[in-house]
Design a protein around this ligand. Structure first.
Ligand code: ATP
Ligand code: MG
Length: 385
């Protein structure tokens, strides 16, 4: 019989009338995450999701830990609703733990009131059974190393572990956004943060070959692959940005170049957003981090946006962002040394406090709409799984 994992989900339980909608998406996401394993069966009952699947425990848990909306995962044993079966299941469950020299307690919940014994009695009997059958383990009801949880429902369920999931909301329950994804540390983390709120993302990368090497593009694809671990798949839009960038770099825009470049990225990205049904843009900007991210520079970038720009890292320190990048698995890829166009074309003295008037005036030299069209003409879509 397939192994059982009990899944708890926190926040979506609070969503009132929308709850069935969130639960349905979460169940679908769990099924997707477990595709490839045998005998997958996922169903819900009373605020829990019961997930049956065959396969190596570590791998199954590894996949479930990347499903947004999951708060905790408990490998569990189910059994018939009688004391002998519950005791046997509890003993099997604790034997799977590294119990020698440890303390434990049994905690019982009994939502099914038709079961004749009360919770404390069940806990006592199960505890005694464990003590009779295992050596090297003692009881500590206040601070046990291992908590054996018994749940009396339509069946009995026993588990000893609560492995934390990523939390958040199931992916897709809050629509879709495009992510401006560079090869840096920040934008992949921004993508993770917004995905965690249930927003699907389609990354857009502005590639400027030969100023940025094809290895830089590979790096972005590698980052997408890590993000796809949380979503199943990712559709990356690689915009050939070279001509736009060359044009911007010609006409004495030096100090404002980074800002002009950003404004073009925003314009092109929002056209892509419109095409793919995305309702917002996401960037990895954090206030004050670099010259192009002062309040004034962000205001200048933002001015050309017609849809909301979400900046989930706006109040984060670099160190906090780096820690998150390590946690989600993007850091090692991000620190690979392939420069992106922003580092190649960065002006020697970038303007940190550009005036909007000045930026608008600088753009008058260009056929902005033509440049947007040029960017949109040459896009490669890479499917990443
Ligand atoms: P990151 O680490 O995300 O690259 P950063 O600190 O290097 O961020 P910038 O290079 O100034 O900051 O970029 C700010 C944001 O602009 C990025 O987080 C990203 O969302 C977007 N961006 C920059 N360059 C590109 C690019 N080549 N393609 C797509 N988006 C980009
Ligand atoms: Mg960057």
């Amino acid at each position: 019989m397939a192994n059982l994992y009990m899944i708890s989900f926190g926040e979506i339980a609070l969503k009132g009338e929308n709850r069935p909608f969130f639960e349905r998406i979460l169940i679908q996401r769990i099924k997707n995450a477990l595709s490839g394993f045998e005998n997958v069966c996922v169903r819900k009952s009373h605020g829990r999701i019961y997930c049956y699947v065959d396969g190596p425990k570590e791998e199954v848990i590894g996949r479930l830990r990347k499903v947004f909306g999951i708060v905790a995962i408990s490998p569990a044993h189910s059994c018939a609703l009688d004391m002998d079966s519950i005791k046997t299941a509890a003993l099997s469950a604790i034997k799977e733990m590294d119990y020698n020299g440890k303390t434990f307690k049994v905690e019982t919940r009994r939502p099914n009131k038709s079961f004749p014994m009360k919770s404390p009695e069940v806990s006592r009997e199960v505890g005694a059974h464990i003590l009779r059958n295992l050596k090297g383990i003692t009881v500590d009801v206040h601070h046990p190393d291992i908590e054996v949880d018994v749940e009396i429902r339509e069946k009995g369920f026993v588990y000893c572990e609560r492995i934390s999931g990523p939390g958040g909301l199931p992916l897709g329950c809050n629509g879709k956004a495009v992510l401006l994804l560079s090869g840096g540390i920040d934008s992949p983390v921004a993508g993770y943060m917004i995905m965690k709120r249930g927003v699907e993302i389609e990354p857009v990368y502005f590639h400027s070959f030969p100023f940025t090497s094809d290895r830089a593009k590979e790096k972005v694809i590698d980052l997408c692959r890590v993000l796809a671990g949380y979503s199943g798949r990712m559709r990356l839009h690689v915009v050939n940005f070279t001509d736009v960038l060359k044009e911007l770099a010609t006409k004495g825009t030096d100090e404002l170049l980074t800002i002009l470049m950003r404004r073009m990225m925003v314009r092109i990205s929002q056209e892509i957003a419109g095409k793919v049904g995305a309702k917002a843009m996401v960037t990895g900007e954090s206030i004050g981090q670099v010259a192009s991210q002062t309040m004034e520079a962000l205001t200048a970038t933002n001015e050309v946006a017609k849809i909301p720009v979400f900046r989930p890292l706006i109040g984060f320190d670099k160190v906090e962002i780096m820690d998150l990048a390590k946690k989600i698995g993007t850091y090692d890829i991000s620190i690979e040394p392939y420069a992106d166009c922003c580092t190649v074309f960065v002006p020697e003295h970038p303007r940190t406090r550009p005036e909007l008037e000045e930026v608008r005036a600088a753009e008058e030299k260009f056929d902005i709409e033509g440049l947007v069209r040029k960017g949109l003409e040459d896009i490669e879509v890479v499917e990443v799984v």
